[in-house]
Design a protein around this ligand. Structure first.
Ligand code: NAD
Length: 348
């Protein structure tokens, strides 16, 4: 465990067992140097406590990087709850989790993640103020889509083969859920020709009907001739099987962990396909959640959402200067901010 903590540069790790509710939870705090650690809480049937600890540690560092590049004065952390087997009292479980948060005195604030719902966040809020994504907040997905939209605009500025406005552009969108649909709507309103794919046929039909989108089968979306490809479904979709098929100038989508391996970032770079690092371009939802938690103004939030565009341009410019892939530059910039080597390089 200490090897994992050291490698991921985790600041501290907290474990809680609450006998009455059956809560078994782990909170990993990667960093609070820039502010309280914010990150989601997932509830999953982990097969062992080691698996839960590994997951919390792995995800906490990513949150620090994401907050840093989004220009947020926040650190990174993540909570996991080992879902009890069989029937359990969900309300009691999340109440106990809320009390666990209080023991950390606000060093970590929680949010929704895999398996948790707005109702769970509301339950936590009955016990603790260190929670976001409650029913009074609203959905972050439209803000994530807005951030991706600003990222798409940055790609247009940075790639010499792309025009400087969206009208008439061909954009392929994979995944038409909360974020993908909102992104399609925004792009359609700017005159984009959409090509879409989803495993849910109803969602595809809706985009065809409402936005005049061209539908393709889920496994055909990679090879579609287009200007931009926006993965808004699953992670790991940029890999040795798919990158060779791409016929786009840039990849800019909301899905988390789009690159299956680090090597895949290099493969995109070698093919001269501009890649908008996912944890930056999809940080609009985090910005919304953080701004709600910190009670910041609408104008501050808008400024930070637009900051996604500016930070991407910085990354693309450094890519040109250094010959390193955007994915590597993003990590380097985030590390410099998180670990304090160069905190002045982003002006959000
Ligand atoms: P969602 O569950 O609402 O939508 C995902 C969509 O992808 C669904 O319509 C699903 O049917 C589709 N899909 C799944 N497998 C597919 C496949 N093989 N081919 C094509 N489509 C497929 O999720 P969301 O909230 O829209 O989030 C989309 C992505 O963005 C996820 O990776 C999520 O982790 C990431 N993300 C979301 C937010 C947010 O604010 N919701 C924030 C940051 C990152």
């Amino acid at each position: 465990m200490f090897r994992q903590i050291t490698e991921a540069r985790i600041n501290d790790l907290h474990c809680k067992f609450d006998e009455a509710s059956g809560l078994k939870s782990v909170i990993a705090i990667h960093s609070t140097r820039r502010g309280p650690a914010l990150g989601g809480c997932r509830i999953i049937p982990y097969s062992s406590s080691n698996e839960a600890i590994t997951d919390a540690i792995r995800l906490a560092r990513g949150m620090s990087y994401k907050s840093a590049l989004a220009g947020l004065e926040l650190g990174g952390g993540k909570a996991v709850i080992m879902e009890p087997e069989g029937d359990y009292d969900r309300k009691a479980l999340f109440e106990a989790f809320g009390r666990f948060l209080n023991e950390l005195g606000g060093r970590y604030a929680t949010a929704m993640d895999s398996g948790t719902t707005v109702a769970d966040m509301d339950t936590i809020a009955t016990q603790s103020p260190h929670v976001t994504c409650t029913s009074s907040c609203g959905s972050p997905a439209p803000f994530t889509a807005e951030g991706v939209y600003f990222g798409v605009l940055a790609c247009l500025k940075a790639h010499p083969a792309l025009p400087d406005n969206l009208k008439g552009l061909r954009v392929a969108v994979q995944g038409l859920g909360n974020v993908g649909y909102a992104l399609c709507e925004r792009l359609y309103n700017d005159g984009v020709q959409l090509i879409v794919a989803d495993i849910n046929q109803q969602r595809v039909d809706q985009c065809v009907r409402e936005f005049g989108a061209i539908a393709v089968a889920p496994d055909e979306i990679y090879g579609v001739a287009c200007d931009l490809f926006c993965p808004c479904g699953l992670g790991g979709v940029l890999n040795s099987q798919t990158i060779g098929q791409l016929q786009c100038a840039a990849v800019a989508g909301s899905a988390n962990n789009q690159l299956l391996t680090e090597q895949d970032g290099l493969a995109l770079f070698d093919r001269e396909i501009l890649f908008a690092p996912d944890y930056l371009i999809n940080s609009g939802g985090l910005i919304f959640v953080a701004m709600t938690y910190l009670q910041s103004s609408q104008s501050d939030m808008q400024r930070r959402l637009k900051g996604i565009h500016d930070t991407l341009l910085q990354i693309f410019s450094r890519q040109n200067q250094t010959g390193l892939p955007a994915s590597v530059i993003a990590d380097q910039m985030a590390e410099a901010i998180v670990y304090g080597d160069d905190a002045s390089q982003l002006t959000a």
